[in-house]
Ligand binder design. Structure first.
Ligand code: ADP
Length: 208
């Protein structure tokens, strides 16, 4: 399974999503994370501490490793142009688009979705991230708005939790800093939905 995480705007939890979905997949089978984002946040902030339960390489090293791993998660930037997105979509089973519930992030997402629609891509899902806790309604409002526009969203979003920031500082995943398991629950649910979706895509392409 090849999953690409892309965002047109920084700070939306893209690297955090790549790390945590890779962590979920690594519980099922050996997983490789390719850090193809030029900021190299995963490699610099996480992988150097050597605590992640999966291998991290950059795109220049990837060819040496992919065959050894069942699942690959790619952390990348999404270019605005069609050719760039076509290449990204053509290189994965599912494109995950993290988006925070605020106008700037939603605006950037809409531009990416516009391009995805033009190139007739269908294997993508929007993931709402860093959702402020209730009674704040930003998460629900963003979901309603995106659904009204017919965008495909993961059923579950990722709530804002301070444990994610602690996890970056310690170079590990959130389940290691929050033993209650509550902070990691959202990514666990998203990973379950993602595996089901990809299974469906793969089965459809085999029978087509
Ligand atoms: P990007 O890769 O899109 O630039 P990051 O994954 O680096 O975004 O996240 C940006 C910041 O938000 C980081 O400080 C990260 O720890 C924090 N963050 C990400 N997800 C969450 C979350 N669910 N709750 C709280 N903070 C988060």
């Amino acid at each position: 399974m090849v999953i690409t995480i892309a965002a047109h705007k920084g700070g939306v939890g893209k690297s955090t999503t790549a790390v945590h979905l890779a962590s979920c997949l690594s519980r099922i089978a050996p997983t490789l994370l390719i850090d193809a984002d030029m900021n190299r946040s995963v490699m610099r902030q996480w992988a150097t501490k050597g605590k992640l339960p999966f291998k991290v390489v950059d795109e220049r090293q990837a060819a040496m490793y992919t065959r050894q791993y069942e699942h690959t998660v790619i952390d990348t930037e999404a270019g605005a142009d069609e050719d760039d997105l076509k290449a990204v979509v053509g290189g994965c089973h599912l494109l995950v688009l993290p988006c925070t519930p605020d106008p700037l992030s939603i605006g950037a997402l809409m531009s990416t979705i516009g391009t995805l629609k033009r190139i007739e891509a269908s294997r993508y899902r929007v993931l709402l991230t860093i959702i402020p806790p209730k009674p704040n309604r930003d998460g629900e409002d963003a979901r309603e708005l995106l659904e009204k526009h017919g965008l495909p969203l993961f059923r579950r979003g990722i709530r804002r939790t301070v444990a994610f920031q602690r996890a970056v500082l310690e170079g590990t995943t959130v389940d290691q800093v929050d033993r209650t398991g509550l902070a990691s629950l959202d990514y666990d649910r998203v990973a379950e939905e993602m595996v089901t979706l990809v299974d469906r895509y793969v089965r459809r392409s085999v029978t087509a």
